[in-house]
Design a protein around this ligand. Sequence first.
Ligand SMILES: Cc1ncc(COP(=O)(O)O)c(C=O)c1O
Length: 389
Amino acid sequence: MYPQQKPGMRPTNPNFSSGPCAKRPGWSVDALKDALTGRSHRSGPGKIKLAKIIERTRSILGVPDDYRIGIVPASDTGAVEMALWSLLGARGVDMLAWESFGAGWQLDVSKQLKLEDVRLLNADYGQLPDLSTVDFSRDVVFTWNGTTSGVCVPDGDWIVADRQGLTICDATSAVFAYDLPWDKLDVTTYSWQKVMGGEAAHGMLILSPRAVERLESYNPPWPMPKVFRLTKGGKLVEGVFRGETINTPSMIAVEDALDGLKWAEQIGGGAALITRCKANLAAIEDWVGKSSWAGFLAQDPAQRSRTSVCLMVVDDWFKGLNADKQSAVVKALSKKLDEEGAAYDIGGYRDAPPGLRLWAGATVETINLEKLFPWLDWAYAQIKAEMET
Ligand SMILES: Cc1ncc(COP(=O)(O)O)c(C=O)c1O
């Protein structure tokens, strides 16, 4: 049942980390040769590059013309924090969490912003909170895809069209992998380092007209750091949404983001990116279906992530171990695969139940996942044999 022999072929690209994620197929530093290094981002050519990112992003993601797209500081975290600090407090808020990132946003809103009217809607790793209990007369903050549990919302149907509150969605490991319903999303955030395999450091902030209306009509009672400031004199700073960034971006990261977007266009745009993610999940599902030891952490297949795929070990021997031993097994497993050059950075998140996490976003080639599966089976057999003796 378990192979004793080392598989012959390694994945050509063993990068399965959930962030920074694998570079696009064929990427090399050559892709950065036209980077505007040593030049101002406010120069003519600098502004053009930043504006091109916004333009290409809009077209690939199908973002409506009346939505603003901005490049902001501090990766996805910066974009989410900017939204929370700038928009919340005008009404009560429902904060959804089913893994560590959602829990982090809950903590910020309760303990840092100290909002009083906060409802925390939680679920354990592997599950979603009951989405039918969300109150859309309030603001709603949620993560589209919980990167550390591999559980995503199944679609946007649970979000009501005639909501009074705003929806604020951390979509960092979902955007470019799912067809996002823009009419249901008032604020959407992400970073370049996920599905597009770009560099971290800069975040993307997408605002609906309703979000802009809130920004222009509501002034939060707390101080607003410069890196979060989106309005001046009660008006939106429109420049941010034309590429006039609040502070200095890395022009190397900018070039890399452009390279990723050009690649997406070449392979067929947003639909092609989504197809690649679906194919990757299908390959993993196929292998898990045949495996005697691996299973999905996500309980419901409709909520199974197609980017951050979280796996549990389900064989009886493993289930009989105590929590420390289980953690030791999965650590040893990912270490072995790392040492073999078969897979890097696939240990599950530290707060999640012991398991593995395979990034399956658009930059990952299905063939590399298929080459990885025999290695996973081999490594598990080795670790099990070592620990049993
Ligand atoms: C769901 C989610 N939110 C936020 C973050 C933080 O993103 P960043 O490190 O790009 O700020 C991550 C990173 O993995 C994530 O997966």
